[in-house]
Design a protein around this ligand. Structure first.
Ligand code: HPA
Ligand code: ZN
Length: 326
C-alpha cells in the first residue's frame, strides 16, 4: 500500500485542473473585499457548507457565481500563484491548467486581464518554484460554437501564452461534434486539443471527441467502462484519460470511491492519470486525490508509480524532459 510521503515525493504532472476551481473560500473573501463585492455568504464555513453537490450542474452553478470575485489582473495572478504553491507541496513538477475565458469576458473582464495575470504567475512559477507549465483555454460547451470562435479569435494575438484548447461545462446535450469546426481551426493554429467527455455524458462522446475533434487527450473519460471495445482501443492507442477521483465522488458519478474504475483501467493498459479538477470545491489537491485511491481502493506503490509515470507521458512537454524525471 502506498503512503502519503511516498506519493508526495513522486514527480507528477497535473493535466486536469481548472484555475477558477482552485479558488479557496479564504481567497474568495479577500478578493471580494478588495473589489468591494458583496458575497451571498457570511463566512468561509457558510461557503464550504454550500458545496454539497448532487451532480455536475449543481456544482457549475456555484462555480460560475464564485468566479465573479475575479476582476483584476492581480486577482488572476494571486489565484494562480496560490495553486502553484500547492503544486510545490504536492510534488507536481509540471502542470497544464485550464481557464475559462468566456466566464470572464461575458461579464466584461477583458480576455487579456485574465490571461496576463495567469501567465505572469506561471512564468514566476517556472523561475521561482521550478514548475514548468502550459496553459489550456477551454470553450464553454453550453454556449454556441460561434461564441467559441469569438474566443479563439481573442486568443490569436497571444498564442505564445497558450498551448491548447479544451471543452468544459455542462456535458449532456452538448456533444463534442457541436464544436467540430472550431477545433479544426484550433488545430490549424498548431494548438493541442483536449475535451471533457464521458464524465456524465455517454461513452459515445469519448468516441466523437477522438474521431471528430481529433483530441490528444480525454478529460475524465471514465464512462468508457460502458463499452469494452472502446476500452481496448484506448489501451491499444495509449489515449490518455485525465481522471479526477474526488471530483467523481463529489459530483456523484460514483457513490463511493471503492466503485471507481481507475485502477481497473490502469490494469487494462489504459493511460489513466490522477488529477484534482476543482480542488477548492471537491476537497483536495493532487496528493489528496492519490490518497483517496489509497483509502478507497488500497492502491499500491507500484500503481501510484504507474499513474505518476502516465501523467508525464500524457503531458505535452518534450519527451526528453519527462524521461529525465522518470
Ligand atoms: N466538468 C465540466 N466542466 C467543468 C468541470 C468538470 O469537471 N470543472 C470545471 N468545469
Ligand atoms: Zn474538469
Amino acid at each position: 500500500i502506498a503512503d502519503e510521503a511516498f506519493i508526495r515525493r513522486l514527480p507528477k504532472a497535473e493535466l486536469h485542473l481548472h484555475l477558477e476551481g482552485s479558488l479557496e473560500p479564504e481567497l474568495m473573501f479577500k478578493l471580494a473585499e478588495r473589489n468591494n463585492i458583496e458575497l451571498p455568504y457570511a463566512s468561509v464555513e457558510e461557503i464550504r457548507a454550500a458545496y454539497d453537490f448532487t451532480n455536475l450542474q449543481s456544482f457549475l452553478d456555484i462555480y460560475y457565481q464564485c468566479a465573479d470575485v475575479l476582476r483584476t489582473e492581480q486577482d488572476f495572478y494571486d489565484l494562480t500563484w496560490a495553486y502553484l504553491l500547492r503544486c510545490k507541496e504536492d510534488g507536481v513538477v509540471h502542470t497544464e491548467p485550464f481557464f475559462d475565458p468566456q466566464t470572464h469576458t461575458d461579464r466584461g473582464i477583458p480576455f487579456e486581464v485574465a490571461l496576463n495575470g495567469i501567465d505572469r504567475a506561471l512564468c514566476d512559477g517556472e523561475e521561482q518554484l521550478n514548475i514548468t507549465s502550459g496553459l489550456i483555454m477551454c470553450f464553454l460547451r453550453h454556449l454556441s460554437e460561434e461564441a467559441a470562435f469569438a474566443t479563439l479569435e481573442m486568443a490569436k494575438p497571444h498564442l505564445d501564452k497558450i498551448i491548447g484548447v479544451g471543452l468544459d461545462s455542462s456535458e449532456v446535450g452538448h456533444p463534442p461534434e457541436k464544436f467540430a469546426n472550431v477545433f479544426a481551426a484550433a488545430a490549424e493554429l498548431d494548438l493541442f486539443l483536449v475535451a471533457h467527455a464521458g464524465e456524465e455524458g455517454p461513452s459515445t462522446y469519448i468516441e466523437t471527441a477522438l474521431d471528430i475533434l481529433d483530441v490528444d487527450r480525454i478529460d475524465h473519460g471514465v464512462r468508457c467502462t460502458d463499452d469494452p471495445v472502446l476500452v481496448d482501443s484506448l489501451a491499444e492507442n495509449r489515449v490518455p484519460l485525465t481522471v479526477c477521483p474526488l471530483s467523481n465522488t463529489r459530483l456523484k458519478v460514483y457513490d463511493n470511491m471503492n466503485q471507481h474504475p481507475i485502477l481497473k483501467l490502469l490494469e487494462q493498459g489504459v493511460c489513466v492519470t490522477v488529477n484534482s479538477d476543482d480542488p477548492a470545491f471537491f476537497g483536495g489537491y493532487l496528493v489528496d486525490n492519490y490518497m483517496a485511491l489509497v483509502e478507497g481502493l488500497a492502491m499500491t506503490r507500484a500503481e501510484a508509480v504507474a499513474l505518476a509515470a502516465n501523467s508525464l507521458e500524457a503531458s505535452f512537454i518534450d519527451d526528453e524532459l519527462y524521461e529525465e524525471w522518470l
